[in-house]
Design a protein around this ligand. Structure first.
Ligand code: ADP
Length: 273
């Protein structure tokens, strides 16, 4: 009867509504958990350099700077190093807070992707040397012009390359490829690092998500880089993909339209994926 059908319809929609609410709750709970992990990670990491500098200063006070020049130099070097690390951490936390709060406006301008790659490789030189990395840059084409936001796209490249270094044990081997066609540019960052389990390959783009026990080089991150990268790429009307084999390496490919038209894409991005 129509009444029975209507009741069934009501029942089905109610069940559906509950299922949606339940899923949202589960997602929120997971986000809260990830945020808590993030806060405890950061707190721990901030405390360590502060404690080290404290101990070094105490030692300097107690043994007398004049009588132990050798040890003084050593303790000062340690303090300097730890302070640099602290500054980097604070910077990261501040950037994170900014990224959390605001939807950043894009300031598009004509850019040359090849130039951005060279610039980021220059900025990363100390890390490339520190990890003894081998890298090759393979441009395929001659015109890599596009319209985009210089700062955000530079950060995108930086994050992808930094990850390729961070998640490669021993000697990182990295290939950067750039292609062009009439409408799009494609950039690929390929590493031969630890790879990402298939189960996590889409999750890594979520805010705060980190692959459990994924750290090599003892460099901790906060699981924010790739969610930022994905937001920037999407707000340019582009896309990002990952292919990865556990133990063999990863390939991140971004595709960007050459002509960013702010009317067809969002002119701002929200940090929520
Ligand atoms: P972070 O590196 O700060 O943890 P990201 O958002 O950049 O944050 O990356 C999220 C997670 O994805 C990382 O914790 C790591 O587990 C994994 N990941 C990212 N890039 C790579 C890569 N090139 N190789 C292996 N794992 C990666």
């Amino acid at each position: 009867t129509p009444q029975l059908l209507f009741s069934l319809f009501l029942l089905a929609t109610t069940a559906l509504a509950f299922a949606v609410i339940y899923r949202n709750l589960q997602r929120q709970q997971r986000l809260v958990q990830l945020k808590n992990d993030f806060i405890s990670n950061v707190t721990h990491e901030l405390k360590t350099p502060i404690a080290t500098v404290g101990v070094a200063l105490e030692a300097l006070q107690s043994f007398g700077v004049d009588r132990n020049p050798e040890q003084t130099r050593e303790y000062l070097a340690i303090s300097r190093q730890e302070l640099d690390r602290l500054a980097m951490l604070v910077d990261k936390v501040l950037k994170t807070a900014l990224f959390e709060q605001q939807s950043l406006a894009l300031a598009p301008e004509p850019l040359d992707a090849a130039e951005l790659v060279q610039q980021v490789l220059g900025t990363l030189r100390p890390q490339l040397e520190k990890y003894n990395a081998q890298y090759q840059y393979v441009p395929e084409g001659s015109d890599f012009g596009l319209r985009g936001d210089r700062i955000h796209l530079t950060n995108v490249l930086y994050n992808l390359l930094d990850n390729a270094l961070k998640y490669s044990p021993s000697t990182p081997i990295i290939t950067i490829r750039l292609w062009e066609d009439a409408t799009h540019l494609r950039l690929e960052v390929l590493d031969e690092g630890i790879g990402i389990p298939e189960l996590y390959q889409q999750k890594i783009f979520e805010k705060f998500f980190r692959v459990p026990s994924g750290d090599v080089h003892n460099v901790k991150g906060y699981g924010l880089g790739l969610s930022y990268v994905a937001s920037v790429v999407r707000s340019h009307g582009g896309s990002i993909e990952v292919e990865s084999t556990l133990g063999h390496g990863s390939r991140f490919t971004i595709q960007l339209p050459r002509n960013l038209s702010l009317s067809s894409t969002a002119s701002t991005f929200k940090s929520t994926p």
